[in-house]
Design a binder for this molecule. Structure first.
Ligand code: MP5
Length: 444
């Protein structure tokens, strides 16, 4: 059960919690505390329910189906906190407290006088508490700028307020990794993920604490529930919902969707490579000195880095007159193709696949006769500052091509090369199957 507020923007609060419960495979129930008129950049209004109504929601669920675990989010008022603390301590289910105090957009979500009630009444009945850096500072008075200070704060929260497990989250610390400090049974654990430079952070704390509660509901030991929740929230931020003018919502469904999406992407690319191997002698003719690769990006709503583009590690080589992929496709396997596809996706979300082949005048003539759209890029016109920037050339080539076509995805980009840069044709398409078919039509 989530005991939390409603965010009309659907990014945080009970929306985030119920989505998280669903994604984690547990049945979610809710006790609403407050309604906020909110979006990704501001809280316009907030109104909280009377404490007896909050209690009644908890009991209605308890009496019927029981509550395996709970979490709290926005509690709004001192009176609601007191009611929730009393009810939870009577019922005795494991509770995760996300001590939300202010929204990402800066609005207070709890009255000033309520922080003390949260410390004295709610934290003692909580099994897990998940403060971020600012909340941990507010709870302890300790200034947190390092993992060592986060540890100290975690221990102080346990000692002073009696919460069994304390997770001081590292997302707000300035470090290359987001390190969460977990204090449990007198020992510390550090859970790290790479820091994400993401705009999709609205609802992070809500989803994280809901994921821990889901793990507890399934009977996982707290540390295991927290470890899973950490991976869960990493995915939810990484593949966030690109909506709104402010902090975009996290995407709890990523946990379910991404493994399937990535698998589908690899599978489609694998099938296209099989088509290449069936015509291995024909394709061999189109392999340039730098060899060939073909890439395919995951759903463009989620594709942001080269890790989101699958390609052939070691490329497709000409082996005794036959085109041969060096191995099965993998994510992050190509720099060049990935950069080109990501740049193309920024112009056209349909342009998810690309393949590079040898530049042959005959291919260009064939493409013209087939009525394909062709863009011609002259690398000698590449600006000096682009040349200097690591990896910027691929993006420049793509942007130059789209400039010529007026935003339409070209079937072919002809890159005339430069001193020491082999001329190359890049074939673009929606899927690797389509790209492979286009290439076949050019060379056969
Ligand atoms: C109803 C409600 N609950 C919680 C949050 C905190 O989420 P965030 O810190 O991401 O804004 C919020 N903004 N609104």
């Amino acid at each position: 059960m989530t005991i939390a507020g409603l965010d009309s923007g659907g990014g945080a609060g009970i929306h985030a919690d119920v989505k998280t419960f669903a994604a984690m495979g547990v049945h979610g129930t809710t006790a609403l505390t407050c309604v906020t008129a909110q979006n990704t950049y501001e809280v316009r209004e907030a109104q909280c329910l009377q404490p007896p109504l909050v209690k009644a929601q908890i009991l209605a669920v308890w009496d019927d189906m029981g509550i395996d675990a709970g979490k709290t989010g926005m509690l709004g008022t001192r009176e609601i906190i007191e009611e929730v603390a009393a009810t939870v301590s009577k019922l005795g289910f494991p509770l995760v407290v996300d001590p939300v105090m202010i929204a990402k957009s800066g609005a207070p979500l709890i009255s000033e006088d309520a922080v003390d009630t949260l410390k004295r009444r709610l934290l003692p009945v909580a099994k897990v508490v998940t403060p971020n850096r600012h909340e941990a500072e507010k709870l302890t008075g300790i200034k947190i700028t390092s993992v060592a200070e986060a540890r100290r704060a975690a221990e102080v929260i346990h000692r002073e307020f009696g919460t069994e497990v304390v997770v001081v989250k590292g997302g707000h610390l300035d470090a290359p990794e987001a390190v969460d400090v977990v204090y449990i049974g007198g020992t510390f654990h550090e859970l790290a993920t790479p820091r994400l430079d993401s705009r999709a952070t609205h609802g992070t704390g809500c989803s994280y604490s809901a994921a821990i509660a889901a793990g507890l509901a399934k009977g996982l030991p707290p540390l295991e529930a927290i470890k899973t929740a950490k991976r869960f929230i990493y995915m939810a931020i990484r593949y966030g919902v690109a909506r709104g003018k402010g902090h975009w919502p996290v995407n709890p469904m990523a946990w379910l969707e991404m493994p399937a999406e990535r698998w589908r992407t690899l599978e489609e690319l694998r099938e296209a490579l099989e088509a290449v191997e069936r015509q291995a002698e024909v394709f061999a003719k189109a392999i340039p000195e730098v060899q060939t690769n073909i890439g395919y990006a995951i759903d463009p709503r989620y594709a942001t880095t080269r890790e989101d583009v699958a390609a052939v590690p070691g490329r497709i080589v000409n082996y005794m007159g036959r085109a041969k992929p060096s191995g099965p496709p993998a994510f992050g396997a190509s720099d060049h193709i990935a950069r080109k596809i990501l740049a193309a996706l920024a112009k056209d979300p349909q342009a998810r696949s690309a393949m590079n082949i040898r530049l042959d005048a005959a291919y260009i003539e064939k493409a013209k006769s087939l009525g394909m759209t062709i863009a011609y890029v002259d690398r000698r016109r590449e600006p000096e500052d682009v040349k200097k920037r690591e990896g910027a050339t691929m993006q420049w080539i793509i942007e130059e091509a789209y400039r010529q076509t007026g935003g339409k995805t070209p079937d072919l980009i002809v890159d005339w090369g430069d001193w020491g840069k082999e001329p190359i044709i890049t074939v673009l398409g929606k899927t690797p199957r389509e790209v492979v078919e286009k290439v076949l039509r050019l060379i056969r």
